[in-house]
Design a protein around this ligand. Structure first.
Ligand SMILES: Cc1cc2nc3c(=O)[nH]c(=O)nc-3n(C[C@H](O)[C@H](O)[C@H](O)COP(=O)(O)OP(=O)(O)OC[C@H]3O[C@@H](n4cnc5c(N)ncnc54)[C@H](O)[C@@H]3O)c2cc1C
Length: 406
């Protein structure tokens, strides 16, 4: 059978894209080399704009029904001041959620299936099919030893993650990249009750603690990549020592119980690739991946799914030719991505500049402003419209600026 679209990879980017395309009436095949529910190495703060999308798509209710608690209040601790506030609401959503990936990815994939997408699990794509220089399908197999199956489509979407097979096979140009700056460790703890979500920014550390399902707290720590060699001797000890620098978080975590093994990874590239070409497009991490220090990957994947699906529906439905629709989508993606990619690279340096401290101190005196600051960190307020002299200077005041310059 020929499909309109084959989506390679069926987690947040792929399942959401397949769901939206199928809801629009396209014939969609979504494949993944694994079977779901299946965990992946990723913590899972889902930022408010992505929560709004999940609500609109009818998926949020399932996450809530499965026991995923909201985090409406957030505490940002810079080491010198603590800022407490709420995220600005987006499209009716006013909380961050941290659903386990076993739950989130499966819920999206079920929604794709219910919308009419055909889903093939344990199917690994090994090759792309080309016709006259245009990608026209995939070849792959369901498990080792199984025969090779070819499937054809008018468009193949690579939603196959940061080491995307599709991106490599089409030779997607790297538009932007930066070296890996951090390594991440995260664990699930019981007995670490949280009143709110907690964010800690320190020189050489960023930590986050949020409630997830089953009464557990997911605690994340970013450390400089340069520390990995030494940390490897005892990753848990390094993780706990890092948390000890974060107010009383270390003590609270030590008093709790590690419910699952600590996950640690230095596989944190910062890359933006071309988003489309003849017969192909890339969604989520496959097209653009950034350090998880800002916890933006899922929000980016769902935003990609929505905007890419709209472009594909317009392009394949005849509203406009496909290539210009994809080109316009790519421009919009890059425009959306740039401020957060820049902020992420800066935060991944794990440095604190004097101007940052001045801003935090000023915000401590102006609690009504804290929500907008949290919104800029979370991708609700575009970072390039917040972290600018026009916004920051009036907040910190001329006198503080003179002291900084002295
Ligand atoms: C340590 C860490 C912490 C993170 N924390 C957060 C966070 O708190 N919040 C947040 O928003 N983001 C976070 N992220 C980022 C987030 O995990 C990613 O951005 C997100 O998973 C990207 O989703 P995706 O669907 O694009 O790709 P993936 O989740 O990587 O899914 C790709 C899928 O493609 C499949 N696949 C690959 N190759 C093939 C093939 N050849 N054939 C068939 N299938 C294939 C894979 O099996 C996989 O299921 C974190 C990442 C890391 C590493």
């Amino acid at each position: 059978m020929a499909y309109d679209v084959i989506v390679v990879g069926a987690r947040v980017a792929g399942a959401a894209t397949a769901m939206l395309l199928a809801r629009a009436g396209l014939r969609v095949l979504a494949v993944d080399r694994v079977a779901f529910p299946r965990d992946t190495v990723s913590s899972h703060q889902v930022q408010v704009p992505a929560v709004a999308r999940l609500a609109r798509w009818g998926v949020l209710d399932r996450l809530i029904a499965a026991g995923t608690p909201p985090a409406r209040d957030v505490r940002f601790d810079s080491g010198r001041v603590v800022l407490a506030g709420r995220y600005p609401p987006v499209g009716g959503a006013d909380a961050l959620y941290s659903p386990r990936r076993t739950l989130l990815d499966a819920a999206l994939l079920d929604a794709a299936r219910s919308a009419g997408a055909e889903v093939r699990e344990r199917f690994r794509v090994e090759e792309l099919v080309w016709r006259d220089g245009v990608v026209a399908g995939v070849r792959g197999r369901c498990g080792r030893g199984a025969g090779v199956v070819a499937e054809s489509a008018r468009l193949v979407i690579g939603a196959d993650g940061k080491h995307s097979f599709v991106a490599a096979a089409v030779g997607a140009r790297v538009r932007r990249s930066a070296p890996v700056r951090t390594f991440a460790g995260y664990g699930y703890w019981s007995g670490v009750p949280l009143a709110t979500g907690e964010l800690y920014h320190r020189a050489g550390r960023v930590a986050a603690a949020f409630p997830t399902g089953d009464g557990l707290t997911v605690v994340y720590l970013a450390s400089p990549l340069a520390e990995l060699g030494a940390a490897r001797h005892d990753l848990l000890a390094h993780h706990l020592a890092g948390l000890d620098h974060c107010g009383d978080l270390g003590a609270r975590v030590r008093a709790g119980v590690l419910a699952e093994r600590l996950r640690t990874t230095p596989d944190l590239p910062n890359v933006v690739r071309a988003g489309w070409g003849p017969g192909w497009a890339l969604a989520g991490d496959a097209g653009a991946v950034m350090d998880p220090v800002t916890a933006q990957g899922i929000a980016h994947a769902l935003a990609d799914a929505e905007s890419l699906a709209a472009a594909v529906v317009a392009g394949l439905g005849g509203a406009r030719p496909l290539d210009p629709a994809l080109a316009a989508w790519e421009r919009q993606r890059d425009h959306r991505l740039r401020p957060m990619f820049d902020l992420t690279l800066r935060l991944a340096e794990l440095r604190q500049r004097r101007i940052d401290h001045a801003l935090f101190a000023a915000l401590a005196q102006q609690p009504a402003e804290v929500g907008r600051f949290l919104g800029a960190l979370a991708g609700i307020v575009p970072a390039d419209r917040y972290f600018t002299p026009r916004v920051v200077l009036p907040l910190i005041g001329a006198a503080a600026l003179r002291r900084l310059r002295a």
